[in-house]
Design a protein around this ligand. Sequence first.
Ligand code: NAG
Ligand code: NAG
Ligand code: NAG
Length: 415
Amino acid sequence: MARRDKSEMAKMSMLMIMMISSMLMTMVDSSRSVQRSRDSEESEIVRRHLLANGLGVTPPMGWNSWNHFSCNINEKVIKETADALVTTGLSKLGYNYVNIDDCWAELARDAKGNLVPKKSTFPSGIKALADYVHSKGLKLGIYSDAGYLTCSKTMPGSLGHEEQDAKTFAEWGIDYLKYDNCNTDGTRPTVRYPVMTQALMKSGRPIFHSLCEWGDMHPALWGSPLGNSWRTTIDINDSWLSMIANADMNEIYAEHARPGGWNDPDMLEVGNGGMTKDEYIVHFSIWAISKAPLLLGCDIRNMTKETMEIVANQEVIAINQDSLGVQAKKARMEGDIQIWAGPLSGYRVALLLLNRGPTRLSITAFWDDIEIPPNSIVEARDLWEHKTLKQKFLGNLTATVDSHACKLYVLKPVA
Ligand SMILES: *[C@@H]1O[C@H](CO)[C@@H](O)[C@H](O)[C@H]1NC(C)=O
Ligand SMILES: *[C@@H]1O[C@H](CO)[C@@H](O)[C@H](O)[C@H]1NC(C)=O
Ligand SMILES: *[C@@H]1O[C@H](CO)[C@@H](O)[C@H](O)[C@H]1NC(C)=O
């Protein structure tokens, strides 16, 4: 049994104390700074926290074009996706970012060095698209790269043009920037990413900054003053192996996630056809409890009932959007069995029982491992069955879990 040992627990409590005291210090600091002039207050905020845009208080939700369409995008697809987010009811559940990925611009900038929307696929331009998306009550995201070319090499990156591009995005009404890491000048991401952060801050429009650095230099350790989220992994693909590998890698950095800055194990593949229904439920459940961005990656205009059942599960979304904003961690592992847990507001706990193996298994979670006081009697809500179990639980909870499947509960102490 690979149980977390006592020293790990002590480290975690120490970390909590440090977090709380640093929050208190920030409060004291900010009350002092009322006396200072507004200018110096602002520069102080920028110094300590380059990205003070107030966004990402809960993980972002929406859609991104890449996983389903890769480079085959145009303004019609983006508009129809915005329409579909509304007509399916997904926008009401919180999915409100419509994010264009790579391949939206001409390879050449204009005479003044501005990015130019690709004439054959985005003839109306991005400003018109933003207006359309905003008219639906949604937000528009765009994509660039901290290099000379984006990963597709079909359009320029923003390296050396950060201020100009950030200003363009702000003028167009862009709400979210995914900033990739291809075709660079060889300098470190810790040199190139802050330049865009500052450019976005100067642009005058709050723009969610998604650092897509792929986890190469552990952006979880330096991303929080620079971005609202940071990729912790290589690109996901529509397979169990890739999904679970990204889940594992992302979990390592759990303690770095917090409101305003989230670990990002990459966008969702639910609905793209490469995994079973149970595997997609595992995918969505882990992303939800990991406080990952919930960015759908399927064709929203053509979703099956099964896909809709998964991504529109309001109880699972509520875990992701919980006000506490604490990422769940692996509490216990044994062979193919994993128990993931994390605290939620109201002294509740999110509990995931995961079977990664080829055969059905019985899985038991002990209060001891998931930070529930030993004598607590707990009520369990099964979020995929949509039912509160009649039995109350003391000390442990056991369930039978199919191969490549999970059970997801919210546990609420009742006595
Ligand atoms: C998908 O990801 C897995 C794990 O990272 C990798 O082994 C596999 O080669 C990838 N498949 C494709 C088609 O890219
Ligand atoms: C819609 O999805 C189904 C699979 O669920 C697929 O067979 C079909 O080709 C899709 N239609 C379009 C227009 O993409
Ligand atoms: C689980 O808890 C029940 C009730 O408290 C107890 O009877 C049982 O022995 C526990 N199971 C295990 C495996 O410890």
